[in-house]
Design a protein around this ligand. Sequence first.
Ligand SMILES: [Zn+2]
Length: 138
Amino acid sequence: MTEITLLVTENQVNSLIRSTRKNLPNESCSLLLGDIVDREYRVKILKEMNNIANSEYSFNIDPDELMKVYQWASKEQLNLIGIYHSHLEGSKPSATDLTYMRINPVIWLIYELSESIFRAYILVDDNLKEVKIKFSTG
Ligand SMILES: [Zn+2]
């Protein structure tokens, strides 16, 4: 069984970092839309979302805004393959994140500002697994 990987481009990474810095000190969140080929999750489009929790320690996406993205994505034949959010410190999912990971079993990509690192996770049979991130140019 091949390992699950997340494929993101350097441009996408830079754009996530930019939107994250812009929203400081609050957590920033974006949806990752794309396709899954074998077990590789390939990001095609990032959709920055408002963090309606306006919090440094959590994020929340407006359900209507989320629905609009889902509808747009299905028209474009893209899937929701991941959810991105930032942490000021710590790159592991919080207890709240884990609760929402159960509801949204996609890849969860977290950027830790204090260390400037990205980490990605997925729940497999309720076990937290780290997902390898592949950075491509483009
Ligand atoms: Zn979190």
